[in-house]
Design a protein around this ligand. Structure first.
Ligand code: 5GP
Length: 217
Protein backbone atom coordinates (compact mmCIF):
# COMPACT_ATOMS: atom_id res chain seq x y z
CA UNK A 1 0.00 0.00 0.00
CA UNK A 2 1.57 3.31 -1.02
CA UNK A 3 1.71 6.02 1.66
CA UNK A 4 2.45 9.76 1.89
CA UNK A 5 5.95 10.90 2.93
CA UNK A 6 6.40 14.42 4.23
CA UNK A 7 9.77 16.12 4.22
CA UNK A 8 10.03 19.32 6.24
CA UNK A 9 13.07 21.40 7.04
CA UNK A 10 13.98 24.94 7.83
CA UNK A 11 14.30 26.88 4.57
CA UNK A 12 17.66 26.02 3.02
CA UNK A 13 17.66 22.61 4.73
CA UNK A 14 17.94 20.93 1.34
CA UNK A 15 14.66 18.95 1.35
CA UNK A 16 13.76 19.90 -2.23
CA UNK A 17 17.07 18.53 -3.49
CA UNK A 18 16.54 15.33 -1.48
CA UNK A 19 13.08 14.81 -2.96
CA UNK A 20 14.39 15.44 -6.50
CA UNK A 21 17.09 12.80 -6.04
CA UNK A 22 14.60 10.31 -4.61
CA UNK A 23 12.21 10.87 -7.48
CA UNK A 24 15.04 10.29 -9.95
CA UNK A 25 16.22 7.09 -8.24
CA UNK A 26 12.95 5.45 -7.09
CA UNK A 27 10.20 4.68 -9.60
CA UNK A 28 7.91 3.79 -6.67
CA UNK A 29 7.85 7.44 -5.51
CA UNK A 30 5.90 10.33 -7.09
CA UNK A 31 5.61 14.02 -6.28
CA UNK A 32 2.57 16.04 -5.27
CA UNK A 33 2.76 19.50 -6.83
CA UNK A 34 1.65 22.08 -4.24
CA UNK A 35 -0.29 25.27 -4.89
CA UNK A 36 1.07 28.65 -3.81
CA UNK A 37 0.34 32.35 -4.12
CA UNK A 38 4.04 33.27 -4.25
CA UNK A 39 5.38 34.23 -7.71
CA UNK A 40 7.61 31.76 -9.62
CA UNK A 41 11.37 32.00 -8.90
CA UNK A 42 14.08 31.59 -11.55
CA UNK A 43 13.22 28.79 -13.96
CA UNK A 44 10.25 27.42 -11.98
CA UNK A 45 7.44 26.16 -14.19
CA UNK A 46 3.70 26.35 -13.43
CA UNK A 47 2.24 22.87 -12.89
CA UNK A 48 5.69 21.30 -12.35
CA UNK A 49 7.30 23.14 -9.44
CA UNK A 50 4.04 24.58 -8.09
CA UNK A 51 0.56 25.44 -9.26
CA UNK A 52 0.94 29.22 -9.10
CA UNK A 53 -2.44 30.71 -8.09
CA UNK A 54 -3.67 34.21 -7.37
CA UNK A 55 -4.81 34.75 -3.74
CA UNK A 56 -8.42 34.77 -5.00
CA UNK A 57 -8.02 31.43 -6.83
CA UNK A 58 -6.30 29.91 -3.80
CA UNK A 59 -8.99 30.99 -1.35
CA UNK A 60 -11.78 29.77 -3.67
CA UNK A 61 -10.08 26.35 -3.98
CA UNK A 62 -9.68 26.20 -0.20
CA UNK A 63 -13.37 27.00 0.29
CA UNK A 64 -14.26 24.17 -2.11
CA UNK A 65 -12.29 21.83 0.20
CA UNK A 66 -9.65 21.05 -2.44
CA UNK A 67 -6.73 21.16 0.02
CA UNK A 68 -5.62 18.37 2.37
CA UNK A 69 -3.77 21.12 4.25
CA UNK A 70 -2.86 24.73 3.72
CA UNK A 71 -0.76 27.26 5.58
CA UNK A 72 0.65 30.73 5.34
CA UNK A 73 4.44 30.59 5.03
CA UNK A 74 6.51 33.79 4.80
CA UNK A 75 3.36 35.79 4.10
CA UNK A 76 2.24 33.62 1.15
CA UNK A 77 -0.31 30.82 0.99
CA UNK A 78 0.76 27.23 0.30
CA UNK A 79 -1.38 24.12 0.12
CA UNK A 80 -1.44 20.44 -0.81
CA UNK A 81 -4.18 19.57 -3.29
CA UNK A 82 -6.07 16.38 -2.39
CA UNK A 83 -6.31 15.48 -6.09
CA UNK A 84 -2.49 15.60 -6.44
CA UNK A 85 -2.02 13.23 -3.50
CA UNK A 86 -4.73 10.84 -4.73
CA UNK A 87 -3.33 10.90 -8.29
CA UNK A 88 0.06 9.63 -7.11
CA UNK A 89 -1.29 7.11 -4.55
CA UNK A 90 -3.73 5.69 -7.10
CA UNK A 91 -0.85 5.16 -9.53
CA UNK A 92 0.60 2.80 -6.88
CA UNK A 93 3.47 5.10 -5.87
CA UNK A 94 4.31 6.64 -2.50
CA UNK A 95 3.76 10.37 -2.61
CA UNK A 96 6.50 12.69 -1.40
CA UNK A 97 5.73 16.21 -0.30
CA UNK A 98 7.78 19.15 0.73
CA UNK A 99 5.64 21.00 3.25
CA UNK A 100 6.15 23.22 6.28
CA UNK A 101 5.63 22.16 9.90
CA UNK A 102 2.09 23.61 10.32
CA UNK A 103 1.02 21.83 7.12
CA UNK A 104 2.62 18.51 8.09
CA UNK A 105 0.52 18.26 11.26
CA UNK A 106 -2.72 19.11 9.40
CA UNK A 107 -1.86 16.71 6.60
CA UNK A 108 -1.38 13.78 8.97
CA UNK A 109 -4.92 14.38 10.25
CA UNK A 110 -6.22 13.97 6.67
CA UNK A 111 -3.89 11.03 5.85
CA UNK A 112 -3.06 9.27 9.15
CA UNK A 113 -0.65 6.74 7.62
CA UNK A 114 1.74 9.55 6.57
CA UNK A 115 5.42 9.27 7.45
CA UNK A 116 6.90 12.56 8.69
CA UNK A 117 10.62 13.19 8.18
CA UNK A 118 12.44 16.27 9.45
CA UNK A 119 15.58 17.27 7.55
CA UNK A 120 18.18 19.11 9.60
CA UNK A 121 21.03 21.16 8.21
CA UNK A 122 24.38 19.95 9.63
CA UNK A 123 25.05 23.30 11.35
CA UNK A 124 23.76 26.85 11.73
CA UNK A 125 26.64 28.10 9.55
CA UNK A 126 25.63 25.80 6.70
CA UNK A 127 21.98 26.86 7.03
CA UNK A 128 22.92 30.55 6.88
CA UNK A 129 25.23 29.98 3.92
CA UNK A 130 22.59 28.00 2.01
CA UNK A 131 20.02 30.73 2.55
CA UNK A 132 22.38 33.52 1.58
CA UNK A 133 23.68 31.58 -1.42
CA UNK A 134 20.18 31.43 -2.83
CA UNK A 135 20.42 35.18 -3.67
CA UNK A 136 16.74 35.35 -4.52
CA UNK A 137 15.76 37.05 -1.28
CA UNK A 138 16.37 40.57 -0.02
CA UNK A 139 17.50 40.89 3.62
CA UNK A 140 13.94 41.47 4.87
CA UNK A 141 12.78 38.21 3.30
CA UNK A 142 15.89 36.43 4.58
CA UNK A 143 15.16 37.61 8.11
CA UNK A 144 11.61 36.22 7.90
CA UNK A 145 13.00 32.85 6.73
CA UNK A 146 15.47 32.76 9.62
CA UNK A 147 12.71 33.50 12.16
CA UNK A 148 10.64 30.71 10.56
CA UNK A 149 13.64 28.35 10.67
CA UNK A 150 13.99 28.98 14.42
CA UNK A 151 10.29 28.23 15.01
CA UNK A 152 10.43 25.13 12.82
CA UNK A 153 13.43 23.71 14.66
CA UNK A 154 11.34 23.91 17.84
CA UNK A 155 8.61 21.73 16.27
CA UNK A 156 10.78 18.73 15.50
CA UNK A 157 9.05 16.49 18.04
CA UNK A 158 5.95 15.89 15.87
CA UNK A 159 8.12 14.07 13.29
CA UNK A 160 8.75 10.32 13.07
CA UNK A 161 12.33 10.56 11.74
CA UNK A 162 15.19 13.05 11.65
CA UNK A 163 17.77 13.07 8.86
CA UNK A 164 20.83 15.34 8.93
CA UNK A 165 21.59 16.68 5.49
CA UNK A 166 25.37 17.10 5.63
CA UNK A 167 26.25 14.79 2.77
CA UNK A 168 23.46 14.80 0.16
CA UNK A 169 24.03 11.23 -1.03
CA UNK A 170 23.93 9.95 2.55
CA UNK A 171 20.72 11.91 3.32
CA UNK A 172 19.01 10.54 0.19
CA UNK A 173 20.12 7.03 1.17
CA UNK A 174 18.68 7.48 4.68
CA UNK A 175 15.29 8.73 3.42
CA UNK A 176 15.21 5.82 0.99
CA UNK A 177 15.96 3.39 3.86
CA UNK A 178 13.08 4.91 5.86
CA UNK A 179 10.70 4.27 2.93
CA UNK A 180 11.91 0.66 2.66
CA UNK A 181 11.46 0.05 6.38
CA UNK A 182 8.03 1.71 6.48
CA UNK A 183 6.84 -0.66 3.74
CA UNK A 184 7.63 -3.54 6.09
CA UNK A 185 5.64 -2.19 9.05
CA UNK A 186 3.30 -4.97 10.10
CA UNK A 187 -0.07 -3.44 9.10
CA UNK A 188 1.27 -2.44 5.67
CA UNK A 189 3.12 -5.72 5.15
CA UNK A 190 0.05 -7.77 6.11
CA UNK A 191 -2.13 -5.80 3.69
CA UNK A 192 0.45 -6.24 0.92
CA UNK A 193 0.90 -9.96 1.56
CA UNK A 194 -2.88 -10.48 1.43
CA UNK A 195 -3.79 -14.18 1.55
CA UNK A 196 -0.20 -15.34 1.90
CA UNK A 197 -0.20 -15.08 5.70
CA UNK A 198 -3.45 -17.09 5.96
CA UNK A 199 -2.06 -19.67 3.49
CA UNK A 200 1.09 -19.95 5.59
CA UNK A 201 -0.94 -20.65 8.75
CA UNK A 202 -3.07 -23.23 6.88
CA UNK A 203 0.10 -24.92 5.60
CA UNK A 204 1.49 -25.21 9.13
CA UNK A 205 -1.87 -26.58 10.37
CA UNK A 206 -1.78 -29.21 7.59
CA UNK A 207 1.77 -30.12 8.68
CA UNK A 208 0.66 -30.48 12.32
CA UNK A 209 -2.33 -32.64 11.32
CA UNK A 210 -0.13 -34.89 9.12
CA UNK A 211 2.45 -35.34 11.86
CA UNK A 212 -0.22 -36.11 14.48
CA UNK A 213 -1.62 -38.84 12.23
CA UNK A 214 1.89 -40.35 11.88
CA UNK A 215 2.58 -40.17 15.64
CA UNK A 216 -0.77 -41.67 16.52
CA UNK A 217 -0.46 -44.48 13.94
P1 5GP B 1 9.47 27.89 -1.18
O1 5GP B 1 8.68 29.14 -1.41
O2 5GP B 1 10.90 28.18 -0.79
O3 5GP B 1 9.36 26.92 -2.32
O4 5GP B 1 8.82 27.16 0.07
C1 5GP B 1 8.70 27.85 1.27
C2 5GP B 1 8.14 26.94 2.34
O5 5GP B 1 6.82 26.52 1.98
C3 5GP B 1 8.95 25.67 2.57
O6 5GP B 1 9.12 25.52 3.97
C4 5GP B 1 8.07 24.59 2.02
O7 5GP B 1 8.25 23.39 2.72
C5 5GP B 1 6.69 25.16 2.26
N1 5GP B 1 5.70 24.55 1.37
C6 5GP B 1 5.83 24.22 0.07
N2 5GP B 1 4.71 23.63 -0.39
C7 5GP B 1 3.85 23.58 0.67
C8 5GP B 1 2.53 23.05 0.84
O8 5GP B 1 1.88 22.52 -0.06
N3 5GP B 1 1.99 23.19 2.07
C9 5GP B 1 2.64 23.76 3.11
N4 5GP B 1 2.03 23.83 4.28
N5 5GP B 1 3.88 24.24 2.99
C10 5GP B 1 4.48 24.16 1.78
Amino acid sequence: MPFPIILSAPSGGGKTTISKHLLASRPDVGYSVSATTRPPRGDEVDGIDYHFLSPGEFIAARERGEFAESAEVHGKLYGTLRREVERVLQSGRHVIMDIDVQGAVQFRRAFPDSVLIFVLPPSADVLLRRLQGRRTEDSGALLVRLETAKRELASMDVYDYVVVNGDLEEAVHQVSAIIDAEQLRRPRAVTRLGDRVAELVQGVERGIAALRTQVEA
